[in-house]
Write a protein of this length. Structure first.
Length: 188
């Protein structure tokens, strides 16, 4: 079992990226992982933008990132770029915080043209931030996520494809997690 932190760059819980994040959390828990959600929008805005790492909420967020075995970075895509919320948090991480962790970039967007944001922008950013194991990202079209009028859920076709990605991610997190070897008392 891995501890997975889901970093959400969604502007609201009811936005499509917010619906996706809830779905991802439920799926990973179903695979036996412990999940924690870090919604960047809930961090104190002034402290986040001022890069005030002494602020208790900001310090706690950084500690959560450092403690996670795996990280999902979920963001809506606007004009072929990830959310500024995501970048604001990543900029605060001390060097080496992402090293050795399995990281899965996820994005939502209105057209297939937004797909390039994962491989062209988000994955390179994560590597530049010191990540050493960034998995191939996964993109979900906005139309594959039902809005609140339809019950806020990931549509079955998208959920099936995402399920395969999350299963692979969960397995990667478990393989990368250091094994805990029980101590055996010496008898003599």
């Amino acid at each position: 079992m891995g501890t997975i932190l889901i970093i959400s760059g969604s502007p609201s819980p009811s936005a499509r990226a917010g619906v996706l994040v809830r779905h991802v959390s439920d799926e990973l828990r179903g695979l036996g992982d412990q999940t924690r959600l870090l919604s960047v929008r809930d961090l104190p805005t002034v402290a986040l933008l001022a890069e005030d790492t002494a602020d208790p909420a900001i310090a706690a967020a950084i500690d959560e990132v450092a403690a996670a075995d795996g990280i999902v970075v979920a963001s809506p895509v606007y004009r072929a770029a990830y959310s500024g919320l995501v970048k604001s948090l990543l900029d605060l991480l001390p060097s080496g915080t992402l090293a050795g962790k399995a990281i899965l970039p996820l994005a939502t967007g209105g057209t297939q043209g937004h797909l390039v944001a994962i491989d062209g922008v988000l994955r390179p950013l994560l590597f530049a931030m010191g990540a050493t194991k960034v998995l191939a990202g996964h993109f979900v079209l906005d139309q594959m996520i039902a809005d609140e009028h339809e019950g806020s859920h990931v549509r079955p076709l998208a959920a099936a494809a995402l399920g395969e990605v999350l299963t692979g991610f969960s397995e990667t997190v478990r393989r990368r997690r250091p094994a805990v070897v029980p101590l055996v008392p010496l008898t003599g």
